[in-house]
Design a protein around this ligand. Structure first.
Ligand code: ADP
Ligand code: MG
Length: 269
């Protein structure tokens, strides 16, 4: 599903991502760990089309998508969330999620869409039926978050708590029915019980067969969820393999201890 080769990104002097290779199969759960500044978010930006690599390739679902625009990747079924959550503050919770669903519809019938828009004017009832189906699906996705979002579905996203805004972002990504779901520190800034709740949700997505690429600082969660872990430091891969093996890898321990000594390890910045 995902094949990354030699991916490299430099920011004047700093090699943020230095020749990273990564393969993911359908249904796999891979986590990326590493101290702050290791290059994890930059790697996500390169894969999801928000930034372009200086070298290397990304193949997604059989196609070379190196440097492709984020809209094109989303239309192919790649959804991501951001470390510093991004929602449309002035839109309602439900509308935020519907944006994800509409992106998916453009993927199903991209060339047909303009024609359909024209026909829609002639078939208001069919459009209303489809819109109702989308809303029902969006509400089912909101229901995955228990009582957190559904009772607030008509509230503007800006009025939500920080944790709820992050949940909305994940709900929007899910509405895309992504083939690959990429989440950048979904529990950053969450307390212990919110983290446990998020972990349960992600475990549920995994149980449903969702392919997931996760950046996460909370190692306990990484250990429980991941099939495989990629550890990065200074843009490079320092270890990769089953969670327990990576956690006990001397290079990983040293990277974390070194940065912990500088007070950076779990800051989530
Ligand atoms: P992580 O997500 O692992 O904490 P990042 O990918 O955010 O790390 O950052 C990796 C390195 O690249 C850091 O040294 C960071 O300062 C640098 N970096 C990231 N984005 C930019 C940018 N847009 N311009 C300059 N430097 C950047
Ligand atoms: Mg980051």
């Amino acid at each position: 599903m995902l094949q990354i080769r030699g991916l490299t990104r430099r920011f004047d002097g700093v090699v943020a991502v230095a020749g990273i290779d990564l393969d993911m199969a359908e249904g796999e759960f891979v986590s990326i760990i590493g101290p702050n500044g290791a290059g994890k978010s930059t790697l996500f930006n390169l894969v999801s089309g928000l930034d372009r690599p200086d070298a290397g390739t990304v193949r997604f679902d059989g196609a070379d998508v190196t440097g492709a625009r984020p809209e094109r990747l989303a239309a192919r079924g790649l959804a991501r969330t951001f470390q510093h959550g991004r929602v449309f503050g002035n839109l309602s919770v439900l509308d935020n999620v519907l944006i994800g669903a509409h992106t998916r519809l453009r993927r199903v019938r991209p060339w047909f869409a303009p024609l359909e828009l024209g026909l829609a004017a002639l078939r208001p009832r069919a459009v209303a039926v489809e819109e109702a189906a989308l809303r029902a699906e969006a509400e089912r996705i909101l229901a995955l978050f228990g009582e957190r979002l559904l009772p607030r579905k008509d509230a503007p996203a800006y009025s939500l708590s920080y944790a709820n805004r992050r949940r909305v972002e994940i709900a929007r990504a899910l509405a895309l029915r992504p083939r690959l779901l990429m989440m950048d520190e979904p529990t950053a800034g969450m307390n212990e019980s919110e983290t446990a709740e998020m972990q349960a949700l992600i475990a549920e997505l995994k149980a449903r067969g969702q392919t997931i690429l996760l950046i996460e600082h909370k190692l306990e969660m990484v250990m429980r969820l991941s099939d495989r872990v990629l550890a990065m430091d200074d843009g490079r891969r320092i270890a990769e393999g089953p969670p327990a093996a990576v956690r006990n890898d001397p290079a990983v321990i040293e990277a974390y201890l070194g940065h912990a000594a500088l007070g950076h390890a779990e800051a989530g910045a």
